[in-house]
Ligand binder design. Sequence first.
Ligand SMILES: Cc1cc2nc3c(=O)[nH]c(=O)nc-3n(C[C@H](O)[C@H](O)[C@H](O)COP(=O)(O)OP(=O)(O)OC[C@H]3O[C@@H](n4cnc5c(N)ncnc54)[C@H](O)[C@@H]3O)c2cc1C
Ligand SMILES: [Mg+2]
Length: 467
Amino acid sequence: MTTPVHSDVVVVGAGISGLVAARRIAEAGYRVRVVEARDRVGGRTLNADLGDGQVAEVGGQFTGPGQDAIQRVAAELGVTTYATHDTGTHLLDLGGRIRPWSVSEPWIGPAASLSFLAAQRRLNRMAATVPPHEPWRAPRAREWDAETLGGWMRRHVPVPRARVLLAMAVRAVWAFEPEDVSLLHVLACVNAGDGLQRLMRTRDGAQQDRFTGGSQRISELLADGLPEPPLLRHPVRRVVQDGTGVTVHTGPGTLLRADRVVVAVPPQLAARIAFEPRMPPGREQLLARSPQGTALKYLAVYDEPFWRAAGFSGQVASDRAPVASAFDNTPPAGRPGVLLGFAVGGPARRLLELPPPVRQERVLASFARWFGERARTPRQVIVGSWSEEEWTRGCYAGYLTPGAWTAHGHLLREPHGRVHWAGSETATRWIGFMDGAVTAGERAAAEVLTATAARPAPVGARDGRSG
Ligand SMILES: Cc1cc2nc3c(=O)[nH]c(=O)nc-3n(C[C@H](O)[C@H](O)[C@H](O)COP(=O)(O)OP(=O)(O)OC[C@H]3O[C@@H](n4cnc5c(N)ncnc54)[C@H](O)[C@@H]3O)c2cc1C
Ligand SMILES: [Mg+2]
């Protein structure tokens, strides 16, 4: 018979959210054990080695003004930031025509540009009335949760080219289609991200900065700082509560016993864990109505960033499949040159139906269209195909479909007995971002500490483990 490993708190998931929660719980003097399905920490952040000490980021990478929580944690760990490469001419590939652009928003003609700006202003005004910690309490919550963003756009963004540009922005920012998502959800995210402009922009926006050494460093350092290392390759399958505590059952058969559990995984992964007793039906529904976006991230590595010499910033916004947006992801050392291309939303879904070599050929054809033939022959291609990753199943994050916020939203962060919920999807600022992962982890840790202080951990949980 397997004897359980005891601690005060078990945290499920060694992404940023789970690791931050564990750090705060350990700082308060409690014994905490992080359990992780993968053979690494970092979750939706991952560094790939480019040689010579340089890294490329396969998952989340950008940060910017207003993302105080992730930047505070990075600073705590000694991780600095640097500016995303943003000099040179950006390209807008729209309706089959490539136009240069260098100011904040691309110019698409007087009527369309005006319509695009008016739509942004209107969405920002609506978003300001949606409290991100309880979107269901917005004055027009029912109305806005009853339709998709796409439906709203069809009625309120009359100029077709403006609508196309707005849809491009939505895909790039969230990796879903406007037709996929509750309008209320988007408005909550817009408010939680300080407005649409900030979400869309590089300079002064969410893509402004990057973490030196790669964003996965943050998770690695968080894990290194824990008194007990995360238990890797231990997928959690069952979480069983009884009168005195919680038993966590993992894939390899290891049992963990604790007073409290923090579950810090994306919604589709939380839905796959068997909880005994079961989660309330409303929370099961909420998870069922929280699919995850679709994004593939391609990093093409060249000897040097040759496009810079031709005057290009490497930044592209495009309505042509498969690559919807591109960036110059060259590391701060200036070599090797790295082009980053995102396939997102519908085009990403179609790309996933093709064999990987065909996907890559199409992505490189996009790069060649914008930066010349040389872009077609990188020395290396690194791919993040997160929808195909068993322990992620879609990115950048989970989002809510129409009706879900108003029906079940109040259950999003409601603890299930001794089980508490973290993960970026449960955040109230920068929902779905690394920043949201931090604040969600800290909120869950605070809940656990309050509960644990009020009711001391059972004797067994404190004495059951040596060292
Ligand atoms: C391609 C891509 C681009 C992105 N771009 C950005 C960006 O530029 N800026 C930004 O701020 N954010 C970005 N994001 C989002 C950001 O990466 C995430 O919001 C954040 O990393 C989520 O952290 P988390 O801890 O909540 O979840 P995760 O990182 O998903 O961590 C969850 C962990 O739980 C583990 N797990 C799952 N199920 C189980 C189980 N049953 N048992 C044990 N372990 C389990 C997983 O393996 C994982 O390690 C991007 C994401 C992707 C994928
Ligand atoms: Mg986590």
